[in-house]
Write a protein that binds this ligand. Structure first.
Ligand code: FAD
Length: 429
Protein backbone atom coordinates (compact mmCIF):
# COMPACT_ATOMS: atom_id res chain seq x y z
CA UNK A 1 0.00 0.00 0.00
CA UNK A 2 1.27 3.48 -0.82
CA UNK A 3 0.19 6.00 1.78
CA UNK A 4 -1.03 9.23 0.26
CA UNK A 5 -2.62 12.42 1.46
CA UNK A 6 -6.15 13.49 0.60
CA UNK A 7 -5.15 15.82 -2.27
CA UNK A 8 -3.52 12.83 -4.07
CA UNK A 9 -0.87 15.05 -5.61
CA UNK A 10 1.90 13.06 -7.25
CA UNK A 11 5.28 12.51 -5.68
CA UNK A 12 6.59 12.37 -2.14
CA UNK A 13 6.00 8.63 -1.69
CA UNK A 14 7.60 7.22 1.47
CA UNK A 15 10.35 4.68 0.92
CA UNK A 16 9.23 2.64 3.95
CA UNK A 17 5.83 2.32 5.53
CA UNK A 18 5.66 0.66 8.93
CA UNK A 19 2.51 -0.44 10.69
CA UNK A 20 2.53 0.79 14.29
CA UNK A 21 0.27 -1.00 16.75
CA UNK A 22 2.00 -1.25 20.18
CA UNK A 23 2.11 1.92 22.23
CA UNK A 24 4.72 0.44 24.60
CA UNK A 25 7.10 -0.51 21.75
CA UNK A 26 10.27 1.46 21.00
CA UNK A 27 10.56 3.46 17.81
CA UNK A 28 12.49 1.69 15.05
CA UNK A 29 16.21 2.40 14.63
CA UNK A 30 16.53 4.04 11.24
CA UNK A 31 19.16 5.78 9.18
CA UNK A 32 16.72 8.26 7.70
CA UNK A 33 13.88 10.29 9.20
CA UNK A 34 10.42 9.17 10.27
CA UNK A 35 6.94 10.66 10.65
CA UNK A 36 3.65 9.48 12.12
CA UNK A 37 0.87 9.00 9.58
CA UNK A 38 -2.69 9.05 10.94
CA UNK A 39 -5.40 8.50 8.35
CA UNK A 40 -4.04 10.69 5.55
CA UNK A 41 -6.90 13.22 5.65
CA UNK A 42 -4.47 16.12 5.40
CA UNK A 43 -4.45 17.42 1.86
CA UNK A 44 -0.74 17.90 1.23
CA UNK A 45 2.67 16.85 2.51
CA UNK A 46 2.26 17.51 6.24
CA UNK A 47 1.59 13.76 6.62
CA UNK A 48 4.12 12.60 4.00
CA UNK A 49 7.82 11.89 4.29
CA UNK A 50 9.16 11.39 0.76
CA UNK A 51 11.98 8.86 0.48
CA UNK A 52 12.01 8.10 4.22
CA UNK A 53 9.76 6.29 6.75
CA UNK A 54 6.10 6.72 7.65
CA UNK A 55 4.79 5.06 10.80
CA UNK A 56 1.16 4.20 10.10
CA UNK A 57 -0.53 4.64 13.48
CA UNK A 58 -3.97 3.20 12.76
CA UNK A 59 -2.97 0.08 14.69
CA UNK A 60 -3.01 2.19 17.87
CA UNK A 61 -6.78 1.81 17.97
CA UNK A 62 -7.67 0.88 21.57
CA UNK A 63 -9.90 2.65 24.04
CA UNK A 64 -8.12 2.65 27.41
CA UNK A 65 -10.45 4.24 29.98
CA UNK A 66 -13.62 6.30 30.21
CA UNK A 67 -15.01 8.21 33.18
CA UNK A 68 -18.78 8.21 32.83
CA UNK A 69 -19.13 11.03 35.38
CA UNK A 70 -16.80 13.57 33.74
CA UNK A 71 -16.76 12.35 30.12
CA UNK A 72 -12.96 12.08 30.08
CA UNK A 73 -11.83 9.48 27.55
CA UNK A 74 -8.35 7.98 27.32
CA UNK A 75 -7.57 6.26 24.03
CA UNK A 76 -4.68 5.44 21.74
CA UNK A 77 -3.69 8.03 19.18
CA UNK A 78 -4.71 6.01 16.11
CA UNK A 79 -8.38 5.82 17.12
CA UNK A 80 -10.61 7.52 14.53
CA UNK A 81 -13.11 10.19 15.56
CA UNK A 82 -15.73 8.02 13.79
CA UNK A 83 -14.89 5.15 16.17
CA UNK A 84 -15.38 7.45 19.18
CA UNK A 85 -18.74 8.59 17.80
CA UNK A 86 -19.88 5.03 17.11
CA UNK A 87 -19.23 3.98 20.70
CA UNK A 88 -20.06 7.13 22.66
CA UNK A 89 -22.98 8.83 20.89
CA UNK A 90 -25.33 6.00 21.93
CA UNK A 91 -24.14 6.64 25.52
CA UNK A 92 -24.93 10.37 25.27
CA UNK A 93 -21.48 11.81 24.55
CA UNK A 94 -20.08 13.76 21.61
CA UNK A 95 -16.74 15.15 20.45
CA UNK A 96 -15.96 18.59 21.88
CA UNK A 97 -14.68 19.77 18.47
CA UNK A 98 -14.87 18.00 15.14
CA UNK A 99 -13.62 18.90 11.65
CA UNK A 100 -15.63 18.33 8.46
CA UNK A 101 -14.65 14.67 8.24
CA UNK A 102 -14.89 12.06 11.01
CA UNK A 103 -12.28 9.81 9.42
CA UNK A 104 -9.28 11.33 11.15
CA UNK A 105 -7.25 9.97 14.04
CA UNK A 106 -6.98 11.57 17.46
CA UNK A 107 -3.21 11.96 16.88
CA UNK A 108 -3.88 13.78 13.59
CA UNK A 109 -6.49 15.99 15.31
CA UNK A 110 -3.86 17.09 17.84
CA UNK A 111 -0.96 17.48 15.42
CA UNK A 112 -2.98 19.91 13.27
CA UNK A 113 -4.99 21.24 16.23
CA UNK A 114 -8.13 20.95 14.11
CA UNK A 115 -11.12 23.27 14.34
CA UNK A 116 -14.82 22.84 13.69
CA UNK A 117 -18.07 24.72 13.30
CA UNK A 118 -18.05 25.65 17.01
CA UNK A 119 -14.72 27.46 17.06
CA UNK A 120 -16.39 30.69 18.19
CA UNK A 121 -17.45 29.01 21.45
CA UNK A 122 -15.19 25.99 21.93
CA UNK A 123 -11.84 26.88 20.36
CA UNK A 124 -9.74 24.15 18.78
CA UNK A 125 -9.50 20.40 19.46
CA UNK A 126 -6.42 21.03 21.58
CA UNK A 127 -8.46 23.12 24.03
CA UNK A 128 -10.15 19.87 25.11
CA UNK A 129 -7.08 17.67 25.43
CA UNK A 130 -6.18 16.95 29.07
CA UNK A 131 -2.89 15.17 28.49
CA UNK A 132 -1.04 12.77 26.22
CA UNK A 133 2.13 10.70 26.09
CA UNK A 134 4.88 11.81 23.69
CA UNK A 135 7.45 9.24 22.57
CA UNK A 136 10.71 10.69 21.29
CA UNK A 137 13.32 9.05 19.08
CA UNK A 138 15.77 8.93 22.03
CA UNK A 139 13.34 6.52 23.70
CA UNK A 140 12.08 9.04 26.28
CA UNK A 141 8.37 9.22 27.09
CA UNK A 142 6.84 12.41 28.44
CA UNK A 143 3.44 12.96 29.96
CA UNK A 144 2.33 16.33 28.61
CA UNK A 145 -0.51 18.45 29.97
CA UNK A 146 -1.09 22.15 30.74
CA UNK A 147 0.47 21.49 34.18
CA UNK A 148 3.19 18.95 33.36
CA UNK A 149 5.75 19.45 30.59
CA UNK A 150 3.52 22.35 29.54
CA UNK A 151 6.09 23.52 26.98
CA UNK A 152 6.00 20.12 25.22
CA UNK A 153 2.19 20.18 25.38
CA UNK A 154 2.14 23.56 23.60
CA UNK A 155 4.72 22.49 21.01
CA UNK A 156 2.98 19.19 20.17
CA UNK A 157 -0.56 20.55 19.84
CA UNK A 158 -0.55 21.86 16.29
CA UNK A 159 3.08 20.68 16.07
CA UNK A 160 2.58 18.97 12.67
CA UNK A 161 3.87 15.63 13.95
CA UNK A 162 7.41 16.98 14.31
CA UNK A 163 7.91 16.76 18.08
CA UNK A 164 7.66 12.95 18.28
CA UNK A 165 4.96 10.28 18.32
CA UNK A 166 1.81 10.71 20.43
CA UNK A 167 0.93 7.26 21.76
CA UNK A 168 -2.22 7.92 23.80
CA UNK A 169 -4.44 10.87 24.61
CA UNK A 170 -6.84 11.92 27.34
CA UNK A 171 -9.61 14.23 26.14
CA UNK A 172 -12.98 15.59 27.24
CA UNK A 173 -16.21 14.50 25.59
CA UNK A 174 -19.38 16.56 25.93
CA UNK A 175 -22.89 15.53 26.93
CA UNK A 176 -25.64 15.37 24.31
CA UNK A 177 -29.25 14.25 24.48
CA UNK A 178 -29.11 12.20 21.27
CA UNK A 179 -28.19 12.06 17.59
CA UNK A 180 -30.32 15.02 16.48
CA UNK A 181 -29.20 18.49 15.45
CA UNK A 182 -31.68 21.38 15.43
CA UNK A 183 -30.62 23.49 12.47
CA UNK A 184 -31.58 26.72 10.72
CA UNK A 185 -30.74 27.49 7.08
CA UNK A 186 -30.54 30.88 5.40
CA UNK A 187 -29.62 31.88 1.87
CA UNK A 188 -27.47 35.01 1.78
CA UNK A 189 -26.28 37.33 -0.94
CA UNK A 190 -23.03 39.19 -0.44
CA UNK A 191 -20.52 39.20 2.38
CA UNK A 192 -22.20 41.96 4.38
CA UNK A 193 -25.24 39.77 4.80
CA UNK A 194 -23.00 36.83 5.75
CA UNK A 195 -21.22 38.81 8.48
CA UNK A 196 -24.39 40.25 9.96
CA UNK A 197 -26.16 36.84 9.93
CA UNK A 198 -23.07 35.26 11.44
CA UNK A 199 -22.79 37.78 14.28
CA UNK A 200 -26.39 37.14 15.33
CA UNK A 201 -26.14 33.38 14.96
CA UNK A 202 -22.88 33.03 16.90
CA UNK A 203 -24.45 34.72 19.89
CA UNK A 204 -27.14 32.06 20.18
CA UNK A 205 -25.97 28.91 18.37
CA UNK A 206 -23.21 26.47 19.13
CA UNK A 207 -22.34 25.71 15.50
CA UNK A 208 -22.22 28.03 12.48
CA UNK A 209 -20.83 27.67 8.98
CA UNK A 210 -21.53 28.93 5.46
CA UNK A 211 -21.09 27.35 2.04
CA UNK A 212 -20.42 29.92 -0.63
CA UNK A 213 -20.50 29.87 -4.40
CA UNK A 214 -17.31 31.67 -5.29
CA UNK A 215 -18.03 31.51 -9.02
CA UNK A 216 -20.94 33.92 -8.64
CA UNK A 217 -20.23 37.60 -9.36
CA UNK A 218 -21.45 38.49 -5.85
CA UNK A 219 -20.55 35.80 -3.33
CA UNK A 220 -23.73 34.08 -2.29
CA UNK A 221 -24.33 31.03 -0.25
CA UNK A 222 -26.12 29.11 2.42
CA UNK A 223 -25.60 29.86 6.07
CA UNK A 224 -26.30 27.09 8.58
CA UNK A 225 -26.60 27.45 12.35
CA UNK A 226 -27.16 24.45 14.60
CA UNK A 227 -27.28 23.05 18.12
CA UNK A 228 -27.53 19.57 19.53
CA UNK A 229 -31.27 18.91 19.74
CA UNK A 230 -32.86 18.81 23.17
CA UNK A 231 -34.34 15.53 24.41
CA UNK A 232 -37.89 16.65 23.56
CA UNK A 233 -36.97 17.25 19.89
CA UNK A 234 -35.46 13.86 19.20
CA UNK A 235 -38.57 11.86 18.37
CA UNK A 236 -38.55 12.86 14.69
CA UNK A 237 -34.85 12.64 13.92
CA UNK A 238 -34.35 10.79 10.64
CA UNK A 239 -32.22 7.64 10.87
CA UNK A 240 -28.53 7.58 10.09
CA UNK A 241 -28.22 8.21 6.35
CA UNK A 242 -26.26 5.68 4.29
CA UNK A 243 -23.29 6.49 2.06
CA UNK A 244 -23.97 7.42 -1.55
CA UNK A 245 -23.11 4.49 -3.82
CA UNK A 246 -20.72 6.65 -5.83
CA UNK A 247 -17.21 5.35 -6.02
CA UNK A 248 -14.39 5.80 -8.51
CA UNK A 249 -11.31 3.62 -9.04
CA UNK A 250 -8.07 4.97 -7.52
CA UNK A 251 -6.55 5.51 -10.98
CA UNK A 252 -9.52 7.35 -12.49
CA UNK A 253 -7.78 9.11 -15.40
CA UNK A 254 -9.43 12.51 -15.86
CA UNK A 255 -11.04 15.18 -13.73
CA UNK A 256 -14.83 15.33 -13.57
CA UNK A 257 -14.43 18.78 -12.05
CA UNK A 258 -14.24 21.55 -14.63
CA UNK A 259 -15.69 25.03 -15.19
CA UNK A 260 -19.00 23.69 -16.56
CA UNK A 261 -19.60 21.02 -13.89
CA UNK A 262 -18.65 23.47 -11.13
CA UNK A 263 -21.15 26.05 -12.32
CA UNK A 264 -23.97 23.50 -12.60
CA UNK A 265 -23.22 22.03 -9.18
CA UNK A 266 -22.91 25.37 -7.39
CA UNK A 267 -26.13 26.71 -9.00
CA UNK A 268 -28.06 23.57 -8.09
CA UNK A 269 -26.74 23.62 -4.53
CA UNK A 270 -27.65 27.25 -4.00
CA UNK A 271 -31.18 26.85 -5.36
CA UNK A 272 -32.02 23.48 -3.83
CA UNK A 273 -35.11 23.33 -1.60
CA UNK A 274 -34.06 24.33 1.89
CA UNK A 275 -36.16 24.05 5.04
CA UNK A 276 -35.80 27.16 7.22
CA UNK A 277 -35.67 24.88 10.27
CA UNK A 278 -35.22 21.15 10.71
CA UNK A 279 -34.00 18.45 13.05
CA UNK A 280 -31.46 16.24 11.27
CA UNK A 281 -29.05 13.43 12.12
CA UNK A 282 -25.63 14.75 13.16
CA UNK A 283 -23.80 13.01 10.28
CA UNK A 284 -25.08 15.09 7.33
CA UNK A 285 -24.76 18.22 9.47
CA UNK A 286 -21.11 17.73 10.43
CA UNK A 287 -19.86 15.45 7.67
CA UNK A 288 -21.72 16.02 4.38
CA UNK A 289 -18.68 15.00 2.31
CA UNK A 290 -18.15 11.74 4.19
CA UNK A 291 -21.30 10.42 2.48
CA UNK A 292 -19.32 10.03 -0.75
CA UNK A 293 -16.40 7.66 -0.23
CA UNK A 294 -13.26 8.74 -2.11
CA UNK A 295 -14.79 11.94 -3.47
CA UNK A 296 -11.20 13.15 -3.88
CA UNK A 297 -10.88 10.81 -6.89
CA UNK A 298 -13.33 13.04 -8.80
CA UNK A 299 -10.31 15.15 -9.69
CA UNK A 300 -8.64 12.30 -11.59
CA UNK A 301 -4.91 11.75 -11.88
CA UNK A 302 -4.09 15.47 -11.89
CA UNK A 303 -5.50 15.59 -8.36
CA UNK A 304 -6.31 18.84 -6.57
CA UNK A 305 -5.26 21.41 -4.02
CA UNK A 306 -7.13 22.85 -1.12
CA UNK A 307 -6.36 26.44 -0.22
CA UNK A 308 -7.44 27.55 3.27
CA UNK A 309 -6.51 30.87 4.77
CA UNK A 310 -7.52 32.98 7.75
CA UNK A 311 -7.61 36.78 7.79
CA UNK A 312 -7.83 38.98 10.85
CA UNK A 313 -11.29 40.56 11.09
CA UNK A 314 -9.89 44.07 10.47
CA UNK A 315 -8.82 42.89 7.01
CA UNK A 316 -12.34 41.88 6.05
CA UNK A 317 -12.30 43.89 2.85
CA UNK A 318 -9.41 41.75 1.59
CA UNK A 319 -11.88 38.85 1.55
CA UNK A 320 -14.02 40.69 -1.03
CA UNK A 321 -10.93 41.29 -3.16
CA UNK A 322 -9.81 37.66 -2.91
CA UNK A 323 -13.23 36.32 -3.86
CA UNK A 324 -13.52 38.71 -6.79
CA UNK A 325 -10.07 37.66 -7.94
CA UNK A 326 -10.94 33.95 -7.77
CA UNK A 327 -14.23 34.46 -9.64
CA UNK A 328 -12.41 36.40 -12.37
CA UNK A 329 -9.69 33.71 -12.65
CA UNK A 330 -12.28 31.15 -13.76
CA UNK A 331 -10.50 28.56 -11.61
CA UNK A 332 -13.18 28.40 -8.98
CA UNK A 333 -14.00 25.68 -6.61
CA UNK A 334 -16.91 23.52 -5.54
CA UNK A 335 -18.71 25.23 -2.71
CA UNK A 336 -16.19 26.93 -0.49
CA UNK A 337 -16.50 26.86 3.28
CA UNK A 338 -16.60 30.20 5.10
CA UNK A 339 -16.43 30.47 8.89
CA UNK A 340 -15.33 32.93 11.52
CA UNK A 341 -12.89 32.01 14.29
CA UNK A 342 -13.58 33.28 17.80
CA UNK A 343 -11.23 34.67 20.42
CA UNK A 344 -10.39 31.51 22.42
CA UNK A 345 -6.64 31.11 22.28
CA UNK A 346 -5.41 27.82 20.82
CA UNK A 347 -3.01 25.98 23.11
CA UNK A 348 -0.49 25.16 20.35
CA UNK A 349 2.49 27.29 19.39
CA UNK A 350 1.78 26.67 15.69
CA UNK A 351 -2.02 26.32 15.79
CA UNK A 352 -3.57 27.77 12.65
CA UNK A 353 -6.70 29.56 13.98
CA UNK A 354 -6.63 33.20 15.04
CA UNK A 355 -9.56 35.56 15.56
CA UNK A 356 -10.89 36.37 12.12
CA UNK A 357 -12.50 34.78 9.11
CA UNK A 358 -11.38 31.61 7.31
CA UNK A 359 -12.18 30.35 3.83
CA UNK A 360 -11.38 26.89 2.39
CA UNK A 361 -11.56 26.22 -1.34
CA UNK A 362 -10.69 23.26 -3.59
CA UNK A 363 -8.93 23.80 -6.92
CA UNK A 364 -8.37 21.16 -9.60
CA UNK A 365 -4.65 20.92 -10.31
CA UNK A 366 -4.10 22.50 -13.72
CA UNK A 367 -0.36 22.85 -13.20
CA UNK A 368 1.31 26.22 -13.77
CA UNK A 369 -1.89 28.36 -13.99
CA UNK A 370 -3.12 26.98 -10.66
CA UNK A 371 0.23 27.58 -8.96
CA UNK A 372 0.36 31.10 -10.42
CA UNK A 373 -3.11 31.78 -8.99
CA UNK A 374 -1.92 30.65 -5.55
CA UNK A 375 1.07 33.01 -5.74
CA UNK A 376 -1.30 35.92 -6.28
CA UNK A 377 -3.59 34.72 -3.49
CA UNK A 378 -0.61 34.35 -1.13
CA UNK A 379 0.33 37.94 -1.81
CA UNK A 380 -3.20 39.12 -0.95
CA UNK A 381 -3.47 36.94 2.16
CA UNK A 382 0.02 37.97 3.32
CA UNK A 383 -0.62 41.68 2.78
CA UNK A 384 -3.80 41.37 4.88
CA UNK A 385 -1.90 39.78 7.79
CA UNK A 386 -3.36 36.31 7.17
CA UNK A 387 -1.92 32.82 7.20
CA UNK A 388 -2.44 29.46 5.44
CA UNK A 389 -3.45 26.16 7.03
CA UNK A 390 -0.60 23.62 6.93
CA UNK A 391 -3.06 20.69 7.03
CA UNK A 392 -4.41 21.78 3.66
CA UNK A 393 -1.20 22.95 2.06
CA UNK A 394 1.11 21.35 -0.52
CA UNK A 395 2.97 24.31 -1.95
CA UNK A 396 3.32 27.44 0.22
CA UNK A 397 6.84 28.86 0.29
CA UNK A 398 9.07 28.66 3.34
CA UNK A 399 9.30 32.42 3.30
CA UNK A 400 5.49 32.77 3.53
CA UNK A 401 5.20 30.19 6.32
CA UNK A 402 7.99 31.74 8.40
CA UNK A 403 6.63 35.25 8.01
CA UNK A 404 3.08 34.26 8.98
CA UNK A 405 3.97 31.96 11.91
CA UNK A 406 4.81 34.29 14.80
CA UNK A 407 5.83 31.62 17.35
CA UNK A 408 7.98 29.51 15.02
CA UNK A 409 11.26 30.27 16.79
CA UNK A 410 9.77 29.15 20.14
CA UNK A 411 8.69 25.89 18.47
CA UNK A 412 11.95 24.99 16.73
CA UNK A 413 13.84 23.56 19.76
CA UNK A 414 11.09 20.95 20.32
CA UNK A 415 11.45 19.28 16.92
CA UNK A 416 12.65 15.71 17.30
CA UNK A 417 15.92 15.39 15.36
CA UNK A 418 14.73 12.10 13.77
CA UNK A 419 11.29 13.39 12.72
CA UNK A 420 10.66 15.18 9.44
CA UNK A 421 8.03 15.61 6.71
CA UNK A 422 7.78 16.92 3.17
CA UNK A 423 6.12 20.02 4.60
CA UNK A 424 8.90 20.56 7.17
CA UNK A 425 11.65 20.26 4.59
CA UNK A 426 9.86 22.77 2.37
CA UNK A 427 9.05 25.47 4.92
CA UNK A 428 11.27 25.28 7.98
CA UNK A 429 14.45 27.32 8.26
C1 FAD B 1 -13.24 16.29 3.92
C2 FAD B 1 -12.28 16.93 4.88
C3 FAD B 1 -12.74 17.92 5.72
C4 FAD B 1 -11.87 18.52 6.65
N1 FAD B 1 -12.35 19.50 7.45
C5 FAD B 1 -11.55 20.08 8.35
C6 FAD B 1 -12.04 21.06 9.26
O1 FAD B 1 -13.23 21.41 9.22
N2 FAD B 1 -11.18 21.59 10.18
C7 FAD B 1 -9.87 21.19 10.25
O2 FAD B 1 -9.15 21.70 11.13
N3 FAD B 1 -9.37 20.26 9.42
C8 FAD B 1 -10.18 19.70 8.48
N4 FAD B 1 -9.69 18.74 7.65
C9 FAD B 1 -8.26 18.36 7.77
C10 FAD B 1 -8.05 17.19 8.75
O3 FAD B 1 -8.90 17.31 9.86
C11 FAD B 1 -6.61 17.25 9.27
O4 FAD B 1 -5.71 17.24 8.20
C12 FAD B 1 -6.27 16.10 10.23
O5 FAD B 1 -5.08 16.42 10.90
C13 FAD B 1 -6.12 14.77 9.52
O6 FAD B 1 -5.88 13.76 10.50
P1 FAD B 1 -5.32 12.31 10.11
O7 FAD B 1 -5.56 11.41 11.25
O8 FAD B 1 -5.85 11.89 8.79
O9 FAD B 1 -3.77 12.60 10.07
P2 FAD B 1 -2.74 12.68 8.86
O10 FAD B 1 -3.31 13.56 7.81
O11 FAD B 1 -2.30 11.33 8.48
O12 FAD B 1 -1.54 13.45 9.58
C14 FAD B 1 -1.70 14.80 9.95
C15 FAD B 1 -0.55 15.21 10.87
O13 FAD B 1 -0.69 14.52 12.10
C16 FAD B 1 0.53 13.92 12.45
N5 FAD B 1 0.20 12.75 13.27
C17 FAD B 1 -0.72 11.80 13.02
N6 FAD B 1 -0.73 10.90 14.02
C18 FAD B 1 0.19 11.30 14.93
C19 FAD B 1 0.67 10.78 16.17
N7 FAD B 1 0.18 9.66 16.71
N8 FAD B 1 1.66 11.45 16.82
C20 FAD B 1 2.18 12.59 16.29
N9 FAD B 1 1.76 13.12 15.13
C21 FAD B 1 0.78 12.48 14.45
C22 FAD B 1 1.17 13.59 11.12
O14 FAD B 1 2.58 13.43 11.24
C23 FAD B 1 0.81 14.82 10.31
O15 FAD B 1 1.73 15.86 10.59
C24 FAD B 1 -10.52 18.11 6.71
C25 FAD B 1 -10.05 17.09 5.87
C26 FAD B 1 -10.93 16.50 4.96
C27 FAD B 1 -10.42 15.41 4.05
Amino acid sequence: MTLRSWGRLPGDAAAYERWWAERAAALPELDGSLLAYGNGRSYGDVCLNGGATLLHTRGLDRFIAFDEASGVLRCEAGVLLSEILDVFVPRGWFLPVTPGTRFITVGGAIANDVHGKNHHGAGTFGCHVRRFELLRSDGSRRLCSPGENADWFAATIGGLGLTGLITWVEMELKRIAGVGMAIENYRFNGLDEFFSRNATAEASHEYTVAWIDCLAATPRGIFVAGDHAAAGDLADVPGKPGSLPLTLPPDWPFSLVNGASLRVFNQAYYHRPLPAQAVVHYEPFFYPLDAVAHWNRLYGRQAFYQYQFVLPMVARTALDDILRFIAASGQGSFLAVLKTFGHLTSPGLLSFPMPGVTLALDFPNRGAPTLALFERLDAMVGAAGGRLYAAKDARMSGEFFRRSTPRLSEFMPYIDPKFSSGFARRVLP
